[in-house]
Design a protein around this ligand. Structure first.
Ligand code: ADP
Length: 367
């Protein structure tokens, strides 16, 4: 079993506290992605798991054993970086087998493992080539192959796709997911790209400012973010945040009042949850996909009518992004292209209040 667990892990560089006491338990075979903006501490966390950085305080366990003082080479981990660090003078097969040859594995065992990894990664035809004869995506596969042949307890990926162009990134993302399904080794993967995090992870760990904001499966973070930071970080285009007042409406109901005076009824099943905040100034959070052209409700939706005057319209093919101003804020909606929204024309819209969020501006917590 190769669980990885972090217990109150701290990393301090002089006066900078890069990681501020994080707790995280990663199950055997789980694929966990650490995501967050630049400088939030995700690479430092990964490097501490790898043993490339000493930890200032706390404990890290791999497979149940505390590894705080175990050097990287004895942690039974394999790391894949963004610069693949392949040896230019060696063939693909030699690059993949290098670590095993150093450890004096028997020749036939090395051949078997390289062959198996090449099959999984679909690079059997490339084994005799040198790195310079490979495309970026092929080099990335070889770097993964080199990790797979070692049969480690844990894979660590540090932004492995950031050197690839946009199209290749998407292909390799799918490839990494496919490889993990075939070789389900416990994986910790670092990226700043929330889409990469959502698509790859069993569980996403959102970091900010050296702490973990929230941990959960991708859809849980998307639908029930715990903080304003997570709500704004997960999802693209990002969630809209609009200052509002929570009004008492007739019959014990509640309504969100926006800066332009529009009121949107809060679904009855949220009343109990929000009741104690009635009368307060809050932040209304709603994703662009829950603000659309006016339309009939589908199952589970609670549509409220509003109107807006688009100032920018961006056709994307499968949808059209519509931007409009509300008070001091720019708001984004996602329309069906057939609604044909026009700049400058007052446009009827639907807000799906079954997917609304309310945020306390004092704590930044989602209520
Ligand atoms: P991320 O990977 O999320 O971009 P890092 O883990 O690389 O962030 O860095 C977290 C914080 O620690 C940043 O403020 C960074 O400047 C600081 N930091 C990282 N490495 C060092 C170092 N070797 N010396 C001093 N500060 C560092």
């Amino acid at each position: 079993m190769s669980e990885v667990s972090l217990h109150k892990v701290v990393k301090r560089y002089d006066e900078v506290e890069a990681v501020r006491g994080i707790d995280l338990n990663i199950a055997d075979q789980e694929f966990v992605v650490l995501v967050g903006p630049s400088g939030c501490g995700k690479s430092t966390t990964l490097r501490m798991i790898a043993g490339l950085e000493e930890i200032t305080d706390g404990a890290i366990k791999i497979g149940g054993d505390v590894v705080n003082d175990v050097p990287p080479k004895d942690r039974d981990i394999a790391m894949v970086f963004q610069n693949y660090a392949l040896y230019p003078h060696m063939t693909v097969a030699e690059n993949m087998s290098f670590g095993l040859r150093l450890k004096r594995f028997p020749k036939d065992e090395i051949a078997r493992r390289v062959d198996e990894a090449a099959r999984i990664l679909n690079i059997k035809d490339l084994l005799a080539r040198k790195p310079r004869q490979l495309s970026g995506g092929q080099r990335q596969r070889v770097a993964m192959g080199r990790a797979i042949v070692r049969n480690p307890k844990v894979f660590l990926f540090d932004e492995p796709l950031s050197n690839l162009d946009a199209k290749l990134r998407v292909q390799m993302r799918t490839e990494i997911k496919r490889v993990h399904q075939k070789v389900p080794v416990t994986t910790v993967y670092v990226t700043h790209d929330q889409i990469e995090a959502m698509t790859l992870a069993d569980r996403v760990v959102v970091m900010n400012n050296g702490v973990i904001e929230q941990v959960g499966p991708p859809n849980e973070l998307y639908h029930t973010p715990a903080t304003r930071f997570v709500a704004g970080f997960i999802g693209s285009p990002a969630m809209n945040f609009i200052p509002c007042t929570l009004d008492e409406a007739g019959g014990g109901g509640l309504a969100v009042r926006l800066p332009d005076g529009t009121t949107l009824s809060v679904p009855a099943d949220r009343s109990a949850r929000y009741k104690s905040h009635a009368g307060k100034s809050l932040i209304f959070g709603i994703r662009p996909e829950h603000l659309t052209e006016q339309r009939p409700a589908r199952d589970g939706e609670a549509l409220a009518a509003m109107s807006a005057t688009p100032d920018v319209v961006e056709p994307m093919g499968m949808e059209t992004l519509v931007y409009f101003s509300l008070g001091d804020d720019e708001v984004c909606a996602r329309f069906n292209p057939s609604a044909n929204p026009q700049v400058g024309a007052v446009t009827a819209m639907s807000a799906d209040m079954a997917n609304m969020h309310l945020i306390d501006p004092n704590t930044d917590k989602v209520l």
